[in-house]
Design a protein around this ligand. Structure first.
Ligand code: HEC
Ligand code: HEC
Ligand code: HEC
Ligand code: HEC
Ligand code: HEC
Ligand code: HEC
Length: 325
């Protein structure tokens, strides 16, 4: 039965274009997520929940529930995106590149994106609402983008490219078939180096943060800019302090009692590979990923350091790395 399902689906889907990321490669396993006929009575197909058949022949009723059935830490080789996450303990920083959600569908959280709730999109012009799910941001069948990110999150205007190998670089590529140690190496935050594309992708929903709108002098910008380098004329940046990476702002661990956090993420606009995307230089740029995790994480506001944690020794550490005063 399982094999038949694969063969039938293979023909249906031959019109889809697959790219290089997992769930979208030649080895895609349809039966991870679909069942052809559900069941007439009695025995459920492997991995299916009762109450079906479900829309799109899925194994479970909600897409997020489906994705989280593996991505909640129970499948040891699947990257865990649901708190609590222990998978990356020991890595510096001890999180994946996207961080994690505070809870499943319906959880209201100040620590990251909320799944399955009808909410206003902050910083969107015009005002609009959205119900976020895994497939608001990832295509379950793969795309040409890094991490199978959807090409056009708000479905309006041009596609937003974030391509692996040109916009983002990896030190270790995920292994197929997946295996726990390889997944940890491939998805930990330090494994990705950035060149471009990600801020534009985020700002497809958060439109008011794109581009870095100019401000009225003496302010350079309306809001905190993204995709802007440290070495512009007259900038309030200590680029030498950023490049040196020592003392104020810099440290080994976030939210310990000692001031300083690991170097925040940055973009390098002329990077050509992982090495060059990770080299501290005065031409490095600040971007959304400097300050936020895409899913959420340990700190309020999806922030990458405890900027909103009263009493933390690291309150301003992130800002200090660039704006050393
Ligand atoms: C990682 C989970 C996952 C895998 C693996 C997967 N699918 Fe899907 N599929 C989905 C989800 C989720 C939807 C619903 C998409 C939506 O609602 O927009 C879907 C929808 C579909 C649809 C309905 C139309 C469409 O394209 O949206 C078809 C047909 C389909 N899948 C075929 C396949 C085939 C064939 C394979 C194997 C080559 C496959 N799927 C593998 C999750 C998956
Ligand atoms: C049957 C288990 C399973 C289900 C269901 C599942 N995944 Fe995965 N997913 C995995 C595993 C395992 C990996 C790691 C693959 C690797 O490292 O080679 C992965 C990897 C990924 C990646 C990273 C891809 C890359 O190569 O960068 C994304 C994004 C992802 N999954 C999203 C989803 C979404 C969205 C859904 C629901 C539509 C989903 N997954 C459903 C097991 C699953
Ligand atoms: C598909 C549309 C969409 C995309 C793409 C998107 N967001 Fe959001 N974002 C939302 C919505 C809706 C909310 C409000 C509800 C919530 O908090 O989840 C939100 C809220 C947020 C918040 C506030 C979260 C909190 O509770 O503290 C931050 C920070 C954020 N987004 C950053 C980002 C970043 C960074 C990216 C790119 C990696 C991104 N967003 C991509 C729709 C989107
Ligand atoms: C608001 C958009 C958004 C939503 C919603 C979202 N993702 Fe992601 N996800 C991203 C982005 C962006 C990345 C890549 C971040 C990076 O590498 O900088 C990512 C990365 C990942 C990865 C790679 C591992 C990691 O943690 O970095 C997996 C797996 C994944 N997402 C699965 C999921 C699943 C499962 C869901 C639903 C429970 C989901 N995502 C919902 C935007 C989103
Ligand atoms: C990775 C480096 C980096 C980090 C971290 C960073 N900034 Fe900035 N910031 C910049 C750059 C680059 C500019 C543009 C240069 C300028 O305008 O002086 C900027 C501009 C500013 C401006 C001036 C805007 C203007 O119009 O002149 C303020 C204020 C500011 N940042 C505050 C902060 C605060 C507060 C934090 C911590 C929450 C922070 N920054 C974190 C790089 C960074
Ligand atoms: C220099 C750091 C920095 C950069 C770069 C940055 N943010 Fe933020 N962002 C913050 C801080 C700090 C807050 C929390 C403000 C507060 O709640 O007091 C925030 C809040 C947000 C919120 C929540 C607003 C609300 O009302 O809930 C969204 C959405 C958001 N940022 C999206 C983005 C996106 C998208 C980008 C890239 C285009 C980005 N940010 C770049 C630091 C940054």
């Amino acid at each position: 039965m399982k094999n038949n399902a694969k063969i039938i689906f293979f023909f249906i889907l031959s019109s889809h274009a697959f790219a290089g990321e997992y769930h979208g490669q030649a080895d895609v396993i349809c039966s991870d997520c679909h069942t052809t006929h559900y069941s007439q009575q009695g025995t459920l197909p492997e991995g299916a929940e009762p109450g079906g058949p479900f829309t799109d022949l899925l194994l479970v009723g909600s897409v997020d529930q489906l994705c989280l059935s593996c991505h909640d830490g129970t499948d040891p080789a699947a990257p865990d995106v649901l708190a609590p996450v222990v998978m990356y303990n020991g890595a510096i920083p001890a999180v994946s590149s996207a961080g994690y959600f505070d809870g499943p569908d319906g959880t209201i959280s100040g620590y990251g994106h909320d799944l399955g709730l009808d909410t206003q999109v902050p910083f969107s012009i015009p005002n609009r609402n959205a119900v976020l799910s895994c497939i608001s941001c990832h295509d379950p069948h793969g795309t040409a983008n890094y991490r199978n990110l959807v090409l056009n999150p708000d479905s309006i205007g041009a596609d937003k490219q974030v391509a692996l190998g040109s916009d983002v670089f990896e030190e270790n590529h995920p292994r197929v078939p997946a295996e726990r140690a390889a997944s940890i190496n491939a998805y930990k935050a330090s494994n990705s180096g950035y060149r471009s594309g990600m801020s534009r992708w985020c700002a497809d929903c958060h439109t008011d943060l794109d581009p870095s709108n100019p401000g009225n002098p003496p302010a350079h910008f309306m809001r905190h800019p993204s995709d802007i380098a440290m070495n512009g004329t007259g900038y309030h940046i200590n680029a030498a302090h950023w490049v040196a990476g020592q003392s104020d702002g810099f440290g080994l661990v976030s939210d310990d009692a000692i001031e300083g956090v690991p170097r925040l993420r940055f973009q390098q606009p002329d990077a050509t590979d992982y090495e060059s995307s990770k080299t501290p230089e005065e031409t490095n740029q600040v971007f959304c990923g400097t300050c936020h995790y895409a899913h959420g994480g340990p700190f309020k506001g999806s922030l990458t350091w405890p900027y909103k944690t009263d009493g933390s020794a690291d309150l301003y550490s992130g800002c200090q790395q660039c704006h050393y005063k």
